[in-house]
Structure formats: C-alpha cells, structure tokens
Write a protein that binds this ligand. Structure first.
Ligand code: ADP
Ligand code: MG
Length: 636
C-alpha cells in the first residue's frame, strides 16, 4: 500500500457513537463474537461478489477462488481478517462504516435501559456487526477495494472507535477487504493461533467458503519464523450447512448458522431443515427466533428468507416465501429450479413461488405445532413473543385457518389468569357434554373481561369462556367462525342461547318470567327511548342487575373503539338492554310508583351496565347527579 491521499476525517453518525459506547460496555462478557461478525461480513461480501459475477464475470479479476484468511501477529498485537469478496468503494465505506442505515435505529436506541443484561439482549437483536471490533481493538483499520475498480481506488479507513474516523485513498492490488484489529492491551489473547482456530470452528464452521489460517508446523512454535513455504489450510468445514445431511449437523452448528443469517446474538427457539425433491427441488432451513425483533411492528422492516439458487446467494429478505403473519421466521432457501438471474420482480410473478410459499408456510406451522407438543415452556415463550403476530393468521391465510387456530393460546375462565396458556383443544377437552359452542368475551383489558356481567350465567353453570383482551382479538374472532366443527359465540352479542345446556324446564320458566315483567319492560323502553334497540328480561345474569348486549351482527365495543380511534365514521348501533328479574334492584324498579325515581334508577342501571363493560358514558355528569339523588334518598 502506497502513499495515502485525499485524507478526510469524518464524524460518526450520532447513532453510531451511541451504539459504540453502549456495545463496548454491554457486550464485554461476550467479546469474542467480534470474530464471528467479521467473518460473517467477509462471507456476505463473497456471496455478493459471486452474485454480481453472474452477470459480469470480469469482476473475478482472474481470482474466482473465494476465501477468507485470518492472520495474527502476537508482537504487533494484531489480528487481520482478509477476504477477496466484493469490497467497498469510498462511498460504500462512508455509508456502511460510518452510519447505521437500519430503519428504526433511534427508536431502538431510545429503548435501551442502561441495564447491561437487558441491553445486551436488545443490542444483540439489533445486530452490532462490524462495530463489535471495537470491543477488543482500540484501533481498527480497513483496507478495501471494490471488485471491478482500479487498484488506485482502494480505500483506507481508520478509527479508534470514538467520535470519528478517517478515510483516504490507497493503492490496493487485490480486490476485497482487509480488516486490521489493533488489539487493546488486555485483549492480546486473541493474537493466538489456537484461540483463533477454536473461535472459527465454534462460530463459523458453517460458512460456505474456506476460512484459512497458516498451517502450524508440526511440533514447532506457531509463529516461528522459518525459511519454509507458508502453507494455508481451511480451518472450517466450508460447505453450505443446509446442503449437509441433517443427521451430521450438530445443534451448535445450526445455532451458529442462525446467528449468521439472522444477525441475532441469541440462539433460536427451534428450527426445521428440509430437502424437497420432486417437481420443485429446494432445501429450506427455517428458524424461529427466541425474541421478537425490535422492529416487528414496523411494516417496512426487513423480513423474509435469504434466497440462494444452486448454492449461489441471490437476495436477502425475500419476503415472497412466507405470509406476513410469519414474518418473524428467519432462514435460507436454496432452489435448484429458479434461474440464477431471478429478481424480486420475477419472484412476485413466478407461479412456482406460490407453491413453495404454501409448502414453507405449512412447514413453519408444523414446526410450531411440534414445538407446542414437545416443549410447553418453549412454546409459551414463543407465544409471548409472537402470539400477537400469529393472530393475524386467520385473516391473512384462509386455507390454514384451522391450523393457526390450533396454535392460538388464550386466557380463560378455567384459571382466570391473565396468562394466555390454554389452547382451543384444551377448551374442547373440558366442554360440557351438551355444549356445542366455544364461548368467548372480548373486553378492553383482562380484568374487564374476567369480571364481565356476561359471564355470570356461564360461571354458574360451569361453562368455560375464553377471555379476550388483546387489541386484535375481536378482529381475530371475526375471522374464525369455527374450530373442530364448533362455532364461536361472543357472549356479549345477540340472544343468549346456551343450546342444549339449558333444559326445557328452564326455558319455560324464562318465558313465564318474561310475561310477568312485560309491563316493566315497556316502561324501561319508554324511559331509555332512542338509546336502546330493545329491552329484555334476561337469564344471563346472576349477580348484576342489568347488562348491555350488542346485536349478533353488530360490531363489538372493542372494534368500534379501534375504528373510531383510527378516525372512521361508523353507523350508530344501539345495544339491547337486558335486566335480571331476580335482582332486588330490578324487583324494586318493578314496584316503583314514583315516576322520577323510576327514571333515575333506570338510567343509573343503564349507565352502570355500560361502565361494567369498560365503556364510556356519553353524559357522566347526569349519571353522577342521579346516583347521588338516589343515595340521598336512602338516608331519608
Ligand atoms: P450487517 O452485516 O448487518 O449489514 P455490519 O455492521 O456487519 O452490518 O456491516 C455493515 C456493512 O458494511 C455491511 O452491510 C457491508 O455493506 C459493509 N461491509 C462490512 N464488512 C465488509 C466486507 N468485509 N466486505 C464488504 N463490505 C463489508
Ligand atoms: Mg455483519
């Protein structure tokens, strides 16, 4: 490398500075991962070159043997990672090694708590990549030259990992990138052949190109300077992991490979590796991460699988292979049938992709149901992280509705706990013999659901009800009409029909009560006027005097609130008002001769019914005034 020209000193983007600072502290106990990150980058760079060379073979510059080399020098306290991949132009360097281009970066940084352990998880998910070199080095140099450019267009980047970096032009004959780590005083352990070999095997065995180190002379000292020819040897396995037979791959290898493709630091929760033969031939290796990524709710966030065609890397984040509700799945797919010059646009149109997509979707759902059977605890942790996303499934993926439904987990009156642990199969297993529907209640939050007046009759009869309180729940249920031949029924909507659970005797009784109270019903209806659709005597209440019921086809309160919050104008829909003839307040109302008091009590019961469901009163001041009037009349 000759004289440096055009030297420029630039500041890191603020986010990089923050990340560097946080990372060095939070990831210190995990410092050896810097090597994995740098090898991972070198491998990506080789993938990219191979892909670019498909359309322009000259990019190989007579050197198509892609490899990564690791050198070290104990005296100089240096480790060097050298690749002959795609390399970087000056602009690439400024962009990639001076900023963080990921969307949502500042939100992510704002979420860090200062608690090292928690932060290290978060930072791990975010992916620190290249910047992790500064955990062990107090100076990092990068020499790089992009494939296809002149030797004179090499770039030298240098930084101490604080506020700034410098960049200058340099002559670089070989294409690719060399990273030079100047190890901190306390990190010289890494300038050691044995240590480095172990790390390569531990973290990067699955990299598909050779990671080479200088062969150790037999019996001699590794760094002994002898007048003998240097011999390089591959330290890693150097075959693409997914092409190897499943039985020969260790769990650790699957885990390390996951970290390479996902840029995650943690082990995955589970994975599924398959080779498909027949009309379409492809291999897939799919992973479920242990934690939701920081940008899971960002619709533009990266998602999808890494696509290879005949072992050649084609694109990252190929989102065509899985539906949106499985966007948390990471992994690779390697097709033998697609053309090497396939593009995103072509993927969108290719009918072969559709059949791969449905096969891969099935794989993921099978992998999840296997996990649910095999390891309840792991499945519970999956549900905590990704349950909300999976709930989008029934709406998006009609064909797999039943399969997704099987994977859902709910809170129910069986335990009354807020934890979502019960499956629909659990529920069905506990159903009463005469019961033919799956009952559920939807409310703003768990406590409102759990204490809903609508549950009273169900609790009395010992019928289990699903307690739904996630934002998406009402929408989810509107897309799930049936499961295992049983219909779903919202206990807060329409007539209460307990089907065969009610016996004839009870039904007759109810009809008689209704007759008895018919004049009360008339008076209440007159009082409430336009605020209600219908007034009825009910048998669904035990402890409460009254409740509101939404029409069977009407939108529930939760959905209404969400739509209204989103600025939607909705047609008015009036609830029915049901009163409990057994309740002393209703009996009292029935006997009330004073018109004023009748009106007050009726309105108070109506407003209370609304409040008990987590609703908001249109005119809270009148409610308070009426209630106080009634309270005062007590003391008279
Ligand atoms: P990530 O790998 O997640 O993109 P990194 O921080 O590891 O993030 O790397 C940032 C970017 O720097 C890479 O996306 C790549 O564009 C560039 N880069 C890093 N190392 C190399 C390399 N050895 N060869 C070419 N480009 C590289
Ligand atoms: Mg990287």
């Amino acid at each position: 490398m000759t004289t440096e020209t055009q030297k420029e000193t630039l500041g890191f983007q603020t986010e990089v500075k923050q990340l560097l600072h946080l990372m060095i502290h939070s990831l210190y106990s995990n410092k050896e991962i810097f090597l994995r990150e740098l090898i991972s980058n070198a491998s990506d760079a080789s993938d990219k070159l191979r892909f670019a060379a498909l359309s322009d073979g000259t990019l190989y510059e007579d050197d198509s043997e892609l490899k990564i080399r690791i050198e070290f020098d104990a005296e100089e306290k240096q480790v060097r990672i050298i690749d002959n991949g795609i390399g970087m132009s000056r602009q690439d360097v400024v962009e990639h090694l001076g900023t963080i281009a990921k969307s949502g970066t500042s939100e992510f940084l704002a979420n860090l708590s200062g608690d090292q352990k928690k932060d290290s998880h978060l930072i791990g998910q975010f992916g620190v990549g290249f910047y992790s070199s500064f955990i062990v080095a107090d100076k990092v140099e990068v020499f790089t030259r992009k494939a296809g450019l002149d030797a004179a267009e090499g770039v030298h980047w240098e930084s101490q990992g604080e506020g700034e970096f410098s960049i200058s032009a340099v002559n670089k004959a070989d294409r690719g990138t060399t990273i030079v780590l100047h190890l901190k005083k306390d990190e010289t352990e890494f300038a050691d052949g044995f240590r480095l070999r172990n790390l390569v095997r531990k973290y990067s065995d699955h990299i598909s190109i050779p990671v080479e180190m200088i062969k150790q002379p037999m019996g001699g000292e590794e760094n002994e300077e002898k007048e003998q020819e240097i011999e390089w040897e591959a330290v890693n396995n150097a075959t693409a992991l997914w092409t190897r037979p499943r039985t020969e791959i260790k769990d650790e290898e699957y885990q390390e490979f996951y970290k390479h493709v996902s840029h995650d630091f943690e082990n995955p929760l589970t994975w599924s590796h398959n080779k498909v033969e027949g009309k379409l031939e492809y291999s897939s290796l799919l992973y479920v991460p242990a934690r939701a990524p920081y940008d899971m709710w960002n619709r533009d966030g990266a998602r999808g699988l890494k696509l290879y065609v005949q072992r050649v890397f084609i694109i990252d984040d190929a989102e065509q292979f899985l539906p949106l509700y499985l966007r948390f799945v990471k992994g690779v797919i390697d097709s033998n049938d697609l053309s090497l010059n396939v593009s995103r646009e072509i993927l969108q149109k290719d009918p072969a992709i559709d059949s791969m997509r449905s096969a891969l979707t099935k794989r993921v759902l099978d992998m999840l149901s296997k996990l649910a059977k095999k390891d309840k605890e792991k499945y519970a942790s999956f549900w905590k992280e990704f349950g909300q996303v999976l709930k989008e499934g029934p709406a998006e993926d009609f064909a797999n509705r039943e399969k997704v439904a099987k994977l859902l987990r709910f809170a129910t009156t069986h335990t009354d706990s807020a934890e979502q642990t019960e499956s629909l199969d659990d529920y069905i297993g506990r159903m009463k013999e005469e019961q033919d529907a799956i009952y559920y209640v939807v409310a703003e939050n768990h406590n409102t659901a759990k204490n809903s007046p609508h549950l009273e009759i169900f609790r009395k009869k010992g019928i289990e009800v699903l307690l739904l309180s996630d934002r998406v729940d009402e929408w989810l249920m509107s897309n799930l009409n049936e499961y295992d031949g049983k219909t779903f029924k919202d206990v807060g909507k329409g007539d209460l029909d307990l089907g065969k659970v009610d016996d004839e005797e009870e039904k007759k009784q109810q009809e008689e009560t209704a007759k008895e109270f018919s004049s009360l019903i008339e008076r209440v209806k007159e009082t409430l006027g336009d605020s209600v659709d219908e007034v009825r005597v009910t048998n669904r209440l035990v402890d409460s005097p009254a409740c509101l019921v939404v029409g069977a086809q009407d939108m529930g309160a939760q959905m209404r609130r969400i739509m209204e919050a989103a600025g939607q104008k909705l047609p008015d829909s009036k609830p029915s008002f049901e009163v409990n003839p057994e309740h002393p307040l209703v009996v009292q109302l029935n006997d009330e001769a004073d018109v004023d008091r009748f009106n007050d009590l009726t309105w108070v019961l109506f407003d209370q019914a609304n409040l008990a469901e987590g609703g908001q009163l249109e005119d809270p001041a009148s409610y308070v005034r009426r209630l106080n009037k009634l309270l005062l009349s007590l003391s008279k």
